[in-house]
Write a protein that binds this ligand. Structure first.
Ligand SMILES: Nc1nc2c(c(=O)[nH]1)N[C@H]1C(S)=C(S)[C@@H](COP(=O)(O)OP(=O)(O)OC[C@H]3O[C@@H](n4cnc5c(N)ncnc54)[C@H](O)[C@@H]3O)O[C@H]1N2
Ligand code: MOO
Length: 410
């Protein structure tokens, strides 16, 4: 995405993102955890395989193991032993002989093939093979899953449930990981009440911190929720000081615009430094980024859609870098827009869209409808952003537009 022609005084979105990413540093502290505890932590080491998985050639079926050459002459072999998972056959299987074998059991020395028991007839020690065999059938080769010395996981990889299983299959009991980030959430606003409380005239229910906490949970960071702080300079200052002492990153919502009760930027200026304020994006213009004494600060606008879009587009990539994880991959497509879109030049728009496939099999995107920054349902209905560059004006149905698919956070 490149953009030009931003309104005066507003930082182009791309520049804001690059500037912010350049200013945040990854955490360096690591800890060693047992693999049972390591789910969703970011690896601080490379994992190479200390063994072949599986460690030995083994049978994929319950049946009989033999050397394919033995079967060339006749269809009958003599049964001389058993190989069970965990109790392998220790002897040598000679020409003309076969071994009873179970799924997962080690292949006996000198055997290269397995026939499943349904395809033989057994008469005491005499086993008759009823179908033609090919060399190596039903044998799982040593190392066919993972080879000794193979790189399995990279540093910076966030461990999934399957990864924990892969580590166990390698015999790895502990891993070195980066400690989790601590992120403080502060919702500012005299009008805000928590769900469950009664609303007085002029009040609304606070929703930003709930969505942000849920998205931060998906990012696998520890959330320190400071709740709702009134629009008061001292109260906001105290909350910021306390949050800064406990967290790697502080996220506030609201009070970041130019109103008489908008203290966020003034407090940030007093306690730390403002990196930038005001971006050429819609929604999200008054987003502020800066540093407090110990932590990174993201000042999100109060409007619910503005808060979530700026969190998703700006704070998340920065937090991902801070936790040492691989950069987020976002998928962009150019598709036909089936709605008229309102847009004035000057800011990059992140409109909310619904991407679908039409009756001709083409991808098309339609608007979710009204795009006001307070209309949270516009995000709830959407499955993608329609990203319109700053210079762009309105869009007419039928024009091509760029969409960015929602990811696991939205
Ligand atoms: N004169 C100007 N006024 C405004 C400008 C401007 O450039 N000049 N920018 C507008 C834009 S754009 C935005 S975005 C908002 C951002 O304002 P604030 O960040 O100061 O946010 P607040 O005024 O505190 O709240 C805005 C809106 O959102 C509601 N809100 C706040 N917090 C929450 C929450 N936690 N959960 C749910 N809803 C919340 C709040 O009640 C307001 O309705 O400024 C414009 N104004
Ligand atoms: O830029 Mo604001 O976020 O539109 O309401």
């Amino acid at each position: 995405m490149s953009d030009c022609c931003s309104a005066p005084g507003l930082l182009p979105f791309e520049q804001a993102l690059a500037n912010m990413l350049a200013q945040v540093s990854p955490v360096t502290e690591t800890l060693t955890l047992s693999i049972e505890q390591a789910l969703n932590y970011v690896l601080a080491q490379e994992i190479t395989s200390p063994l072949n998985v599986p460690p030995h050639d083994n049978s994929a079926m319950d049946g009989y193991a033999f050397a394919i050459n033995s079967l060339a002459a006749n269809k009958t072999l003599r049964l001389v032993g058993r190989s069970m998972a965990g109790a392998p056959f220790q002897g040598i299987c000679q020409p003309g002989e076969c071994i009873r074998i179970m799924t997962g059991a080690k292949m006996p020395t000198c055997c290269d093939s397995v026939e499943m028991q349904e395809n033989v007839s057994a008469d005491g020690e005499i086993i008759t093979f009823l179908v033609d065999k090919i060399f190596g059938s039903h044998v799982r080769q040593a190392g066919e899953d993972i080879k000794l010395g193979q790189q399995v996981l990279q540093s910076g990889h966030k461990l999934t449930a399957v990864d924990i299983g892969v580590l166990a299959s390698l015999g790895v009991a502990e891993v070195k990981v980066y400690r989790k980030l601590k992120v403080a959430l502060i919702a500012t606003g005299d009008e805000l009440k928590r769900p469950g409380q009664a609303l007085q005239v002029g009040d609304i229910y606070e929703s930003n911190s709930f969505v942000l906490a849920a998205m931060l949970q998906k990012l696998d960071v520890d959330v320190i929720d400071f709740g709702i702080i009134e629009d008061d300079f001292q109260a906001i200052k105290s909350a910021f000081i306390s949050a800064d002492k406990q967290a790697d990153a502080v996220i506030s919502t609201g009070g970041v615009s130019v109103g008489e009760a908008d203290y966020t930027k003034t407090v940030l200026d007093e306690l730390g430094e403002i990196g930038f304020w005001k971006i050429a994006m819609k929604p999200g213009k008054p987003f502020a980024f800066g540093k407090l004494a110990n932590s990174i600060f993201f000042g999100l606008p109060g409007n619910p859609v503005s808060a979530l879009v700026t969190f998703h587009q700006l704070a998340l990539p920065a937090l991902t870098k801070m936790q040492n994880a691989q950069p987020l991959k976002r998928t962009h497509l150019r598709v036909k827009c089936s709605s008229d879109l309102r847009k004035s030049p000057g800011r990059m728009d992140f409109q909310r869209g619904i991407l679908s496939v039409n009756s001709q099999g083409e991808n098309v995107v339609s608007s979710t409808g009204a795009q006001g920054s307070g209309i949270l349902s516009s995000l709830a209905k959407a499955n993608c952003y329609i990203i319109l560059p700053s210079a762009q004006g309105k869009v007419q149905a039928g024009e091509m537009v760029q969409v960015q698919l929602f990811d696991q956070f939205l």
